[in-house]
Design a protein around this ligand. Structure first.
Ligand SMILES: C[S@@+](CC[C@H](N)C(=O)[O-])C[C@H]1O[C@@H](n2cnc3c(N)ncnc32)[C@H](O)[C@@H]1O
Length: 327
């Protein structure tokens, strides 16, 4: 029986905080959301949901349904996790993995708990167990990238407007993730344009493949790349986009030289990344050791011959710089 629990938006914030903490363990860029404290319970939410559906207020109905999902997900996944643990204790690896697969399918994201759980200690080196934990990690990461609240600071429409992409352009989206920008970029360049969406994580590319098929977009090519090489074709890309990715790159000038080689004459490199801020002020985004100022990025890019040609100031948390090769 699903336990009826009283939650508030604080619970959701706590969930986000836990995802954040878990993702810090594996991937340092994490995002956060500001939520208001607003208690809710399942019965009230179901009544509101029914009323919204009846009145054909479908946007409201979706929002309320998402709240209901928050309420039921935690007890649901807790039970699935218990079942997986029990099968592990019984020594039934297959049933344990089947239960973990159900857990992942139910949206569970807390990969750190799974990896640290003594019940699964014997399976930690198992290929299928590793596959399952990567998929569980991806649940959290995709959620963080796609959550509604990101719009407040990422301002995707304004970014797209500033980029002013033209039909027929060839764009590389490096570190495409869930496709937050790949999709609007693919729409902007249209069927005569091309988008090369690259990422080091197969889980992100798998999700993006699904999303592009759902969107009916056929002008995007996906590629798994190396951390130090975006594997772009020489001289074929008009715009290279890097949103919240550059801080992952260790040798930025060497990397920028590879980007330069991929650009068409007059092509541009667009970098959007987090302004440095203490963790106490912003408990999300890159950790202190990965934060980099716009000035240091300018310097790294200058080493590969890039100079900033446009700087946009409208993003509250990030700098937004367009670079071109200086003549
Ligand atoms: C914070 S996410 C940003 C995703 C997307 N650009 C967006 O704005 O939603 C960073 C993405 O970059 C990928 N990534 C990290 N290091 C990378 C590298 N060296 N080359 C390509 N992708 C990388 C990660 O796997 C992840 O999908």
């Amino acid at each position: 029986m699903i336990r009826t629990v009283l939650i508030s938006r604080n619970y959701r914030l706590l969930w986000l905080g836990c995802v954040t903490a878990a993702l810090f363990a594996l991937s340092p860029t994490v995002l956060w959301a500001q939520e208001q404290d607003k208690p809710a319970d399942l019965t009230t939410l179901r009544q509101k949901y029914n009323a919204a559906v009846q009145d054909d207020r479908l946007d409201d109905a979706v929002r309320i349904a998402e709240e209901i999902n928050w309420l039921v997900q935690e007890p649901h996944t807790a039970v699935l996790l218990d079942i997986a643990r029990l099968h592990a204790r019984r020594g039934d690896k297959v049933k344990c993995f089947q239960s973990l697969k159900r857990l992942q399918g139910a949206g569970y994201w807390d990969v750190r708990s799974i990896m640290g759980d003594e019940a699964f200690a014997a399976y930690r080196q198992d290929t299928i167990f590793k596959e399952l934990t990567r998929a569980i990690w991806a649940n959290g990461y995709l959620f963080m990238l796609e959550r509604d609240e990101r719009r407040d600071f990422q301002k995707p429409e304004e970014v797209m407007q500033a980029l002013a992409l033209k039909p027929g352009e060839r764009v590389a989206d490096i570190g495409a993730g869930s496709g937050y920008f790949t999709v609007p970029v693919a729409k902007a360049v249209g069927p005569t344009g091309r988008v090369l969406a690259v990422d080091i994580r197969q889980e992100m590319l798998d999700y993006l493949d699904f999303r592009l098929r759902a969107e009916g977009l056929a002008n995007v090519q996906l590629k798994k790349v190396e951390p130090d090489d975006p594997l772009l074709p020489r001289g074929e890309v008009d715009t290279i986009l890097m949103v919240d990715v550059l801080h992952y790159i260790k040798e930025r000038t060497a990397y920028a030289r590879k980007l330069r080689d991929a650009l068409t004459p007059g092509g541009r490199l667009v970098v959007i990344d987090y302004r440095p801020r203490p963790f106490a002020e912003r408990p999300w985004g890159p950790p202190p050791e990965q934060q980099m100022s716009k000035e240091s990025v300018d310097q790294d890019m200058a080493g590969a011959g890039f100079k900033p040609v446009e700087v946009y100031e409208f993003l509250p948390e990030q700098y937004f710089v367009v670079y071109q090769i200086s003549e």
